[in-house]
Design a protein around this ligand. Sequence first.
Ligand code: MSP
Length: 516
Amino acid sequence: MNRYYITTPLYYVNSKPHIGHSYTQIVCDTATRFYKQVKGVEAFFMTGTDEHGEKIEEAAIKAGFKQGEEKKFVDTIVPLFKKAWEGLGIEYDHFIRTTDKVHEETVKKVLSVLHEKGEIEKRVYKGWFCTPCEAFWSEAQVAGNLCPDCKRPVDRLDEENYFFKTSKYQAVLLKHIKDNPSFLYPEIRRNEVVSFLEKNELQDLCISRPKTRMNWGIEIPFDKNFVTYVWFDALINYIAGIGYTDDRKRFDSIWPGARHFIGKDILRHHAIYWPIMLMALGEKPPEQVLVHGWWVMAGEKMSKSKGNVIDPMEMVSKYGVEAFRYYLLSAVQFGYDGTFSEKLFVEKYNADLANDLGNLISRTLSMVDKYYSGNVPENPKPAEDGLTILARELPAKVAKDFAGVDSSAALKDVLQVTNAANKYIEDKAPWKLAKTDKDALASVMYNLIEVIGIIAVVLCPFMPKTSESIWRQLGMTSDVSSVKFSTPERKDDLWAIIPSGSKINKSTPMFPRIET
Ligand code: MSP
């Protein structure tokens, strides 16, 4: 069975989650639901938190904890992430923390194995370090003592450290990327990595910090004076959480389907260092790394350190989780940057959810209530309208678009059918047919209900609660997420999914207009 293993990056716990993090969570949650419902495959979804390193140590001190009490500090932050993911309807299978025993043991095991294989050696490190980015920079990369990425001051380092010999794997990694075009997605990121590997010589990776300077990390198993560099530690979560050291059989059944979803700022860690670490261990690189863009505000990346973050939970409590999921999934194509502002959010909500989707459901169900006392009528005519044809094609279209993780295209497909259905109501004017042509009225109402049924099914991975609510309003008692919809390989037709006679349960309007 083709099993999918979906991962998010592990979020630093130096403060609470923001919209950028929420986006990865929502995309991964949608992808997991999609793989299960549409492809009918097993999927394992893992997320978690990155809890070691200088940046976290600094945050702990700032929050009033003493050195040595970092674990107490991270224990106060992790629940904020778990609560946020619950609020966003994220159904992960496992939450891994880099302070988990199994993770720490796996990191130590990996270090010991690589050390024994001669892949790690001790040398003097001379260069620069940026704490907010947890990144090492060479002399040539740093201009005016500022980090080339975040432009904040860097620290000078001149100390003994352990190095992982990445450079000898450069050619084999490049070959792997060239031989496996789908390994890095989208193509722009693949090209970026290929060009980097073709133009630069990889520097061996410094993977330790002397305890004299930084204590908060996993001790290097062969030298107790050092802890592990946080990135080397964190990447190992992807194998630690699925049994690499404690259940090899389980690991072997999950790892081949690994799909890492990440933001573009952590591309090199995932596309270069991580596959090389795996190669050095004698393991296969992940199946795919999928790279999304940034959410920006007024042209700047939203980030904790810049202080321009929007609290996702505030948006959720104001506008509801489904509207929030809809905005993040529809407003930007996977891989590109997106602008977040409350104004844009409200505009899109009113246009797509209140005026189009909410309105379609509300007016259709009101008419079924009014003309048929809430019972879906029989269709006295064959279904052959333009609208029904469009709706019958919708599941395959959504499946095709989301196969490329393009949630915005998939949701546009749904909106197109929603708009066509609203137009159909205007054109057919059921309120006139009610007086002149009972058969035509029954046919129009039946068609609209079927179209809404199809919309409910295809929305399920993206907006699970909306999908379920529509499903229940249509009188369905089954589990909507178990309705398989067609894929290019499997052309099931969802027409007639809502039986005639089904009893409508109209709820309060789903997406009431937001007055600005
Ligand atoms: N801890 C590392 C990841 C280790 S994975 C083994 C890390 N953490 S982070 O909290 O700084 O970022 C986590 C993810 O959030 C990254 O994929 C990053 O790209 C993403 N985002 C952070 N800010 C973002 C936006 N403004 N917009 C979209 N995603 C962004 O890096």
